[in-house]
Design a binder for this molecule. Sequence first.
Ligand code: SF4
Length: 216
Amino acid sequence: MGLMDELIENIVKHADYRYNARKEELRNQLESKGLKVYFTHELTSCKKKSEFRNRYPELQRKLMHKPPLLLGEIVQKGVKAYLPRDVEEERIFYKVLGNTAIIGTPDFYSQSRRSVYELKFTRRRPKLYEHHRLRACVYKWLSGAEHAYLLYCSPRGFREYEVNDEFCDSGLKSLMDKWSSPMWEWECKLCVYRTICDRFNIFSEYEDRNYKNRNS
Ligand code: SF4
């Protein structure tokens, strides 16, 4: 195995621990109490994606070898090295409402600043995206923080946005009611599961038809 392969495997191992192992432990604990468990990142993106993730864990692991994810991990680790001491990485928060538990792990949390932070690595010019905004506000609610920030790191600039939309217990119910496949209009085009997803084909046909109608 060459050094690059070793490097990639180490990054994937670390990412797998961050994204999956730690949270799955908590999911199992909560499920053993009879609760229905959801992760924030699932509820704020396509419902079918989370089904695919659970159904095909080996595919999920393969996808973790994709360069954008690897680069995102490297940036996350680099940023962590420069964080002030009062900012901690990936603290897990959860709330139980009735028979439902929701788990969320903001990238960074600071008790003294009463803030949660989500870090995004992008090659585009940094700008605020709706799905990032929603997720950060759910984290704010889960953690009891007063402020939520999105931090964008890009070769085209660094930006910080404060996003303080209110999210409350009743917001979870409406989020769950809205949870759909896809959740966002652009999602299918960028989706790693589109080759195996029947919804993608339906949406592609729909878009093709719309395109033809617009141009006829
Ligand atoms: S292709 Fe679209 S509907 Fe299918 S899993 Fe991906 S985002 Fe969801």
